[in-house]
Design a protein around this ligand. Structure first.
Ligand SMILES: Cc1cc2nc3c(=O)[nH]c(=O)nc-3n(C[C@H](O)[C@H](O)[C@H](O)COP(=O)(O)OP(=O)(O)OC[C@H]3O[C@@H](n4cnc5c(N)ncnc54)[C@H](O)[C@@H]3O)c2cc1C
Length: 396
């Protein structure tokens, strides 16, 4: 049995802890907030529910959403009905549930801020409550703002998004996504049980906070969203480039990064919860087998090629044009017209259709213009040329 310390008790840290404790390890999780309302939409795709059915089958408050309204920058609208729903949690509830699960598996959980780490010795050390302590392995699950990055580099401006938003005491039954002209990102409204999380995300390399704030205010006013009693938030979100996913070191001899700390986020959609949970689980399994070195390969085979695909098309999606009109606007127009395209997008949105097998699904199943549109956005030629990840690695 090894002593494993996890810094961060969010979805990645809590999942990793549960896996390790079940494998018989002595696990200590430190989190400075424990279960808290981390700035987030809180949406988990159907892919996450399929992988982790406990996300749907529990008595914790949550909301199942079957419909998404997409609004183009010219205000044209389309609605997607999703047979496979997305589940939306308040992060206080989600983090609390995952931490309770980790504790039930045997993890010790303590509310403390870890100030420094040192992985240069045979055993990694960390400083908590002013005291240096050591363990056999250090899991860094401290999120995107975290500076505890031994033997690897911090994320750069073009690998991050700025986000701003409000938790608003109002209710709704569908998600809203609004695209903006010449903007790498979007505005969202995610309904939870008793409030909305309404926010905006945009590339840190292309946009600044005041620009985001101005767009969000315009949206809020236009949609009569009662923001007076809302609580403002801002945070950063990893938006990995191909180089981030292929070259940044995420595991060393006695440490590893999981979740946002490792930048496992879909740069197109901002989905990070599933990848946080899955990376935590995979690292937990790798350590439980005494093989931390397989973690990168497992993540590569499980989802990194998907994220790399998204990284290759993200700019084209938000900035590109098709027949002289913005791709996002064309997408909304096609959604209004084509039931086949609506079904495809509903599956992508709910996470049941991945990017890498899209080509097989669209070829021969859609009209010529739609096929050209999707192919131009997905840029199949450049994706075919991209360095392929080993897919043959069996992933637990
Ligand atoms: C505005 C916004 C909206 C988002 N919406 C969605 C969404 O709808 N769906 C989705 O899938 N993803 C969404 N994401 C992404 C998602 O929030 C993250 O991918 C996910 O939270 C990552 O989980 P994690 O456990 O890696 O990190 P986090 O959830 O950030 O957890 C890190 C934990 O570490 C703790 N911590 C940090 N530093 C220390 C320290 N030094 N000592 C002790 N504890 C520490 C923190 O308290 C925190 O609890 C959103 C992100 C943002 C910013």
């Amino acid at each position: 049995m090894s002593k494993i310390t996890i810094v961060g008790g969010g979805p990645s840290g809590a999942m990793c802890g549960a896996e390790l404790a079940r494998g018989g390890h002595e696990v200590q999780i430190f989190d400075e907030h424990l279960a808290w309302e981390k700035p987030c939409g809180g949406g988990l795709t159907h892919k996450a529910i399929l992988k982790y059915p406990f996300l749907a089958e529990n008595s914790y408050p949550k909301k199942f959403i079957h419909s998404v309204e997409l609004i183009a920058s010219n205000d044209q609208r389309a609605t997607l009905e999703m047979p496979n729903p997305i589940v939306i949690y308040s992060r206080r509830v989600l983090n609390g549930m995952l931490l309770e699960r980790a504790q039930a598996a045997g993890c010790k959980v303590q509310q403390s801020h870890v100030t420094s780490v040192d992985t240069t010795g045979a055993k990694p050390r960390y400083c908590v409550e002013g005291e240096w302590q050591s363990s056999d392995f250090l899991v860094l699950a401290a999120g995107a703002r975290n500076h505890l990055l031994p033997e690897t580099r911090a994320l750069q401006k073009d690998e991050l998004e700025i986000t701003q938003g409000y938790f608003i005491p109002a209710v709704a039954d569908s998600i809203t996504i609004k695209f903006l002209p010449h903007f790498d990102g979007y505005i969202w409204s995610f309904p939870r049980c008793d409030h909305l999380s309404v926010g905006i995300c945009g590339s840190m390399a292309s946009h600044n906070s005041s620009e985001l704030r101005a767009h969000l205010q315009t949206f809020i006013q236009k949609h009569d969203i009662p923001v007076e009693n809302g609580q403002f938030y801002s945070h950063v979100l990893p938006s990995p480039q191909e180089r981030t996913l292929q070259q940044r070191t995420v595991v060393g001899k006695n440490w590893a990064l999981v979740g946002d700390a490792a930048a496992w986020v879909d740069p197109l959609t901002g989905e990070g919860l599933f990848y946080a949970m899955r990376s935590g689980e995979l690292l937990g399994k790798a350590l439980a087998e005494g093989k931390p070195e397989v973690y990168s390969d497992w993540v590569g085979a499980a989802f990194a090629s998907e994220l790399e695909f998204a990284a290759r098309i993200v700019r084209r999606f938000y900035r590109g044009t098709f027949l002289g009109t913005a791709v996002t606007t064309r997408m909304v127009q096609f959604l209004r017209r084509s039931p086949v395209f609506r079904q495809l997008m509903a599956d992508i949105f709910s996470g049941t259709q991945d990017y890498t097998s899209l080509k097989q699904r669209i070829m021969g199943h859609m009209g010529m213009t739609l096929t050209e549109f999707v192919s131009s956005v997905l840029n199949f030629e450049s994706n075919a040329r991209a360095k392929a990840r080993p897919r043959s690695v069996p992933v637990p």
